[in-house]
Design a protein around this ligand. Structure first.
Ligand SMILES: [Ca+2]
Ligand SMILES: [Ca+2]
Ligand SMILES: [Ca+2]
Length: 457
């Protein structure tokens, strides 16, 4: 009798242990393929599809989200001013929303009011935390705009070269490859430097990606390609200023930021020149070129907290056409082309103490949050913590079918060079070389089915 009881206890233990690794939210039969963000999914296909709060926020949380929403849209101005003062002196843009249009992406242009493309700059070697080494007189990011009385750090002009790809069935696709030239430098650079172009990505669903445990992310890593499939995702490990520790990176095109708080505080300081408690100095380009002090930064912690909460709690758009036969055929091709080896369809989030609605959710972000070598053409040749000059974080594909509607006309990849989803796929190289070749060889109907599936996300 007691032996049986012992065995039963052992069995129960084994079962609970297995379930604490992969917290299941609901049984498979209740699973709804439309709910890309689990309970945090919303059915809107308009240009506001990325702009909804999580549906289950409590009223105090909804208030904080709304406060963050207001500040995400605020335009900053030159100090002194009664509100939103402290812009610059050098900056990339005047508000979060001016780059993240409709909480989506923006235009890959420079120097214009609506430009959402910025450039990181560094010299060889690393900073004390293993991150990119800033350049004297420039810092770590080029600010191409400035308030009256100041000059921008530099101007950047973009010229595109083109290359034509011929696909099975005779379709031709013209790809454009950007070349960047710096001009009007405010100071000599003096050392060899490396530039990395970055287009503003959408900002929805990020609280869910933040809630994926490090353990889960690491379970997809295969650094030395042990299974021999040519795909070897690895995590970035980055300095997280708010916690003062090294963490696994998950945000930004190279997974170069670990937390939303660091990302938002960094955006205020670097993109807008607004100092805050996490970054009491803007991206300094000359000593004295800042308007706040560590004791009294330009941005209050209440606003920093609200805007961070806002991007943490933006809901994910629901999928469309999930049972359409052509979509389902496209989904099968997505698997056959091994897209899902990097764009992992399903992750289960861990527990978030303060925000129950992001805990234990089965989400379909189509990313492993890991770095992959994408070949020489996409390379920026600028390491960012452990990411090499050829590595990028697998871009999440949720919502990609709505980019065109939300941030018309829609641009893809880290520098916005791709104007369609197909162009983005045709730039895949390195570890994704074989996947791209499969797509190039698909017959027109199969390729259309794959694109229909992607448009349903
Ligand atoms: Ca400032
Ligand atoms: Ca700078
Ligand atoms: Ca592998």
């Amino acid at each position: 009798m007691s032996t049986i009881r012992f065995l039963v206890i052992l069995l129960v233990c084994a079962l609970t242990c297995a379930s604490c690794r992969e917290p299941a939210t609901f049984p498979e039969e209740q699973y709804d393929a439309r709910m890309s963000g689990g309970v945090n999914s919303v059915p809107d296909v308009s240009s506001k599809a990325f702009s909804h709060a999580f549906p289950l926020l409590r009223s105090n949380e909804a208030q904080l989200h709304n406060l963050g929403d207001v500040h995400f849209e605020q335009t900053f101005v030159t100090a002194p001013a009664p509100v939103n003062a402290g812009l610059g002196p050098r900056f990339n843009n005047v508000s979060c929303i001016s780059c993240h249009r409709n909480d989506g992406s923006g235009f890959p242009t420079t120097g214009e009011p609506e430009s959402a493309l910025l450039f990181r700059i560094s010299s060889d070697g690393t900073d004390p935390y293993g991150g990119p080494r800033p350049v004297r007189s420039y810092g770590g990011q080029l600010q191409d705009k400035a308030i009256a009385g100041w000059t921008p750090e530099a101007g950047i002009s973009i010229a595109y070269e083109s290359r034509t790809v011929e696909l099975a069935g005779g379709e031709r696709c013209e790809l454009r490859i950007p070349r960047y030239t710096l001009h009007s430098l405010h100071a000599p650079i003096g050392v060899p430097h490396r530039l990395s172009p970055r287009l503003a990505p959408p900002v929805f669903g990020l609280g869910l990606l933040e809630a994926v445990s490090e353990h889960t992310i690491l379970s997809y890593a295969d650094e030395s390609d042990a299974d021999g499939d040519g795909i070897s995702g690895r995590p970035n490990r980055v300095w997280d200023a708010p916690s003062g520790s090294m963490r696994i990176g998950r945000f930004g095109w190279k997974a170069n930021t670990a937390t939303l708080l660091a990302q938002v505080a960094g955006a205020y300081a670097q993109d807008m020149g607004i100092t805050n408690s996490i970054f009491p100095e803007a991206d300094l380009s000359e000593s004295g070129a800042t308007s706040g002090t560590a004791a009294s930064p330009e941005l209050g912690d209440d606003i920093l907290r609200a805007v961070t909460f806002y991007v943490r709690t933006l809901a994910v758009p629901q999928r469309r056409l999930v049972t359409d036969p052509v979509t389902l055929r496209g989904e099968r091709i997505f698997w056959e082309a091994k897209c899902g080896s990097c764009h992992v369809p399903t992750l289960v989030t861990g527990d978030h103490m303060d925000l129950p609605s992001v805990s234990g959710q089965r989400i379909h972000a189509y990313t492993d949050l890991l770095l992959h070598d994408m070949g020489p053409e996409l390379a920026d040749d600028r390491p960012d913590f452990e990411a090499s000059g050829r590595e990028w974080r697998t871009a999440p594909l949720w919502g990609i079918g709505l980019f065109r509607t939300v941030s018309y006309p829609g641009y893809y990849l880290h520098d916005g060079r791709a104007r369609t989803i197909l162009e983005a796929i045709l730039f895949h190289g390195g570890e994704a070389e074989k996947s791209r070749q499969v797509v190039e060889r698909l017959g027109p109907a199969d390729r259309a089915a794959l694109l229909r599936f992607l448009s349903s996300l």
